[in-house]
Design a protein around this ligand. Structure first.
Ligand SMILES: Cc1cc2nc3c(=O)[nH]c(=O)nc-3n(C[C@H](O)[C@H](O)[C@H](O)COP(=O)(O)OP(=O)(O)OC[C@H]3O[C@@H](n4cnc5c(N)ncnc54)[C@H](O)[C@@H]3O)c2cc1C
Length: 380
C-alpha cells in the first residue's frame, strides 16, 4: 500500500493550487455576491488543460487519472465552491459520459472541444417531478426517420446556459416487462426548440450557473444517441458513481478551507487575555474537523484509486460523497462558531462555505440516496 501521490499527481496539485490562489481566490467574494458565472476563469482553466484531466490526449485531454482530477476539484473547491461545482459538473457530467459510452465520431465531435476547454457541457437528468427517482423521467424521444424528436423539461441543470452540448435523458420506449427504457442523447444547445433559462436565486454556489431547460419538438439525428439504448439507466448510474467522487472532492476542499480559516482565526483571536485556541472547547472542535478532513481525503482518494484500477467503486464513491459532503457542512458550521459574530459576516468567508456545502448534500444524489446506495451494496 502506498499513500504517496505520484510525481504527476503532486505537480497537478501544485499547479491547480497556484492557479486557485492567484486567479480564483481574489474573485470568490464577488463571484458569490454577484452570482455571476466566471466565464474568463473557465477559459483560463481550459488553457491549463484542467477541463481534460481524466481524458486521453487523442480526445483533447491531458491524459491524467481520476485521482489527479479529484485533487484538482479539491484545490478549486478549497477557494471557491461555485467554480468547483461548475468544474466538477463540466468534467464528470458534461464530458465523461461521452468518453465512457460515445462512438469514435461522437468523441471527436463532442468530447474533444469539452476536454480542450473550448466549450462546456451539461447533463440534464433531473426534472420537476423526477429528482431522486430519476426512473420517473417524463421527457420523451420519439424516432422520426433518421432523427429523434425530444419533448420535455429539465430543472436545476448546472452550466446549461453556457453549454455547447447537453446530454439529456429521455424515455425512448418500453422493455418486455413494460418498464420505460431511458436513453441518453447528445443535444447541441443551438438546436431549434431548446430553451434554456437561468433565473434561480440560490442559497449557495451562487456563481455556478443553474438552469431550466425546455425541449420543444427538438430534432436531433439518431446518431446522437449515447451508448446502448437498452442500458441508458445503468449508464447514467455509472456516470453518477464517477461524479460522486468529484462532489466528494469538492466537499473535501470546502472542509479543508474551513479547517484552515478556523485554525488561523483561533490563534489570532484573543478573549480573556489569551488566544481562543488555548481553550479546550475550541481545540476539540478543531481536532474533530481535522480528523474528519483526513478521513474524507482517504475516502475520496480511495474511491478514485479504485476507479483508476478498474475495480468496483459504487459503494466507496457513495461513502466518500456522503461523508465528505456532510463533513464539509459540519466543518463550515464549526468554523463559523469559532469565528463568533465575525463568522456571520460575508468578508470572513466561512458563512459562504456553509451555504456552498449545503448543496453538496443534495446534488448528484442526496445524502439519503447515498445511504440507499450503500445499503443496496450491502445486500439489503
Ligand atoms: C445547484 C444545483 C445543481 C444541480 N445540478 C444538476 C445537474 O447538473 N444535472 C441534473 O440532472 N441535476 C442537477 N441537480 C438536481 C439534483 O441532483 C436534485 O435536486 C437531487 O437529485 C434531488 O432531487 P429533488 O430536488 O427532486 O429532491 P427529491 O427527490 O424530491 O427529494 C426530496 C427529499 O426526499 C428525500 N427522498 C427522496 N426519495 C427518497 C427515498 N427513496 N428514501 C429516503 N428519502 C428520499 C430526498 O433525500 C430529499 O431529502 C442540481 C440541483 C441543484 C440544487
Amino acid at each position: 500500500m502506498d499513500f504517496n501521490l505520484t510525481k504527476e499527481q503532486s505537480m497537478i496539485r501544485k499547479m491547480v493550487r497556484d492557479f486557485a490562489e492567484e486567479v480564483i481566490k481574489p474573485r470568490t467574494i464577488e463571484i458569490d455576491k454577484e452570482a455571476k458565472f466566471p466565464v474568463d476563469i473557465f477559459e483560463q482553466m481550459g488553457e491549463l488543460g484542467l477541463l481534460g484531466i481524466p481524458f486521453p490526449e487523442e480526445y483533447g485531454g491531458s491524459g491524467g487519472d481520476t485521482l489527479s482530477y479529484a485533487i484538482a476539484v479539491e484545490e478549486i473547491g478549497r477557494v471557491c465552491g461555485s467554480t468547483g461545482l461548475s468544474y466538477a459538473a463540466a468534467v464528470s457530467l458534461g464530458a465523461s459520459p461521452i468518453y465512457y459510452f460515445g462512438t469514435e465520431e461522437q468523441k471527436q465531435e463532442y468530447l474533444k472541444p469539452l476536454a480542450e476547454g473550448k466549450a462546456l457541457g451539461s447533463f440534464g437528468l433531473t426534472e420537476p417531478n423526477a429528482g431522486s427517482d430519476a426512473g420517473g423521467t417524463k421527457t420523451t424521444a420519439v424516432i422520426d426517420g433518421d432523427d429523434f424528436i425530444i419533448n420535455g423539461e429539465k430543472c436545476f441543470i448546472t452550466n446549461a446556459s453556457y453549454a455547447k452540448t447537453l446530454i439529456v435523458t429521455a424515455v425512448t420506449g418500453k422493455n418486455e416487462k413494460g418498464k420505460n427504457i431511458i436513453s441518453a442523447i447528445i443535444v447541441p444547445t443551438d438546436t431549434e426548440g431548446v430553451k434554456i433559462t437561468s433565473n434561480y436565486d440560490k442559497m449557495g454556489v451562487r456563481g455556478s450557473d443553474t438552469a431550466e431547460i425546455v425541449l420543444d419538438n427538438v430534432r436531433v439525428p439518431r446518431a446522437n444517441l449515447l451508448g446502448d439504448p437498452q442500458k441508458g439507466f445503468s449508464q447514467f448510474l455509472y456516470t453518477l458513481d464517477g461524479g460522486r467522487i468529484s462532489i466528494a472532492a469538492l466537499g473535501l476542499g470546502i472542509a479543508q478551507a474551513s479547517l484552515e480559516k478556523a485554525l488561523q482565526y483561533a490563534k489570532e483571536r484573543k478573549q480573556f487575555g489569551k488566544s481562543i485556541s488555548n481553550f479546550q472547547a475550541i481545540q476539540f472542535k478543531l481536532a474533530d474537523i481535522a480528523m474528519e478532513v483526513e478521513l474524507s481525503r482517504n475516502m475520496v482518494y480511495k474511491a478514485a484509486w479504485l476507479k483508476d484500477n478498474n475495480q468496483p467503486f459504487t459503494k466507496e464513491s457513495a461513502y466518500a460523497k456522503l461523508f465528505a459532503t456532510e463533513t464539509a457542512f459540519r466543518a463550515a458550521n464549526q468554523a463559523i462558531q469559532i469565528h463568533g459574530g465575525y463568522g456571520y459576516m460575508r468578508e470572513y468567508e466561512v458563512e459562504r462555505y456553509l451555504r456552498d456545502a449545503k448543496l453538496l448534500e443534495i446534488g448528484e444524489g442526496t445524502s439519503e440516496v447515498q445511504r440507499l446506495v450503500i445499503a443496496r451494496q450491502l445486500g439489503c
